[in-house]
Design a protein around this ligand. Structure first.
Ligand SMILES: [Zn+2]
Length: 187
């Protein structure tokens, strides 16, 4: 039963009512696009991390916002930062993937090469779930980095991991509610 009146699609001559659940799916669909865009940018190393800001002579922090360690690069922010490794380890453990995936014997040269290599170690039927987890993890790490830089607020690695878990659970619920047609094609 709808608790609020049906929402009308704007700009549509037919004025087809949109149910709340449909709106939720649409909102989640748009969020998935943002998450995927960020991951694509990170994989391509096109995101403006502080090493890029330094090269351009723009204002920047000299240390990683997450660990106060070395200058932030795309690879450090995605995989090598100790804070980030703690988030990854927790999420991988909760999702029953091998925690050692985030502790390779050699540091990967790029996020892309790590992701491709890690995916080969995941059973084919689990690969989509794994890729979704990677996207949610990168997205929430990026949000935590921005929270620290722009909002002067910070969360623990466990809190960030819980945000990833909640995103994963939300997707599962969206699929269970029938949002699979929209959301399922995204991750
Ligand atoms: Zn760091």
């Amino acid at each position: 039963m709808l608790l609020t009146p049906p929402i009308q699609r704007t700009g549509s001559s037919s004025k087809v009512p949109m149910a709340d659940s449909e709106m939720t799916s649409f909102g989640e669909h748009m969020l998935r696009i943002k998450e995927k865009c960020l991951c694509w940018i990170l994989v391509q190393e096109k995101v403006l991390t502080t090493d890029d800001l330094q090269k351009r002579g723009w204002p920047h922090h000299d240390q990683c916002a997450l660990c106060n360690g070395p200058l932030e690069t795309c690879l450090h922010l995605s995989l090598l930062c100790p804070f980030v490794k703690a988030v990854w380890s927790q999420v991988l453990s909760w999702e029953h993937f091998d925690v050692q995936l985030i502790h390779p014997t050699q540091d990967p040269p790029h996020l892309k090469s790590w992701w491709e290599e890690a995916a080969t170690k995941i059973a084919k039927q689990e690969r989509r779930r794994f890729n979704g987890m990677v996207i949610y993890t990168l997205w929430n790490i990026w949000k935590e980095r921005n929270r620290r830089i722009f909002n002067n607020a910070h969360e623990s690695a466990l809190q960030v991991a819980l945000r990833v878990k909640e995103d994963i659970e939300q997707r599962k619920r969206a699929l269970a509610w029938g949002g699979g047609n929209i959301v399922g094609g995204i991750v």
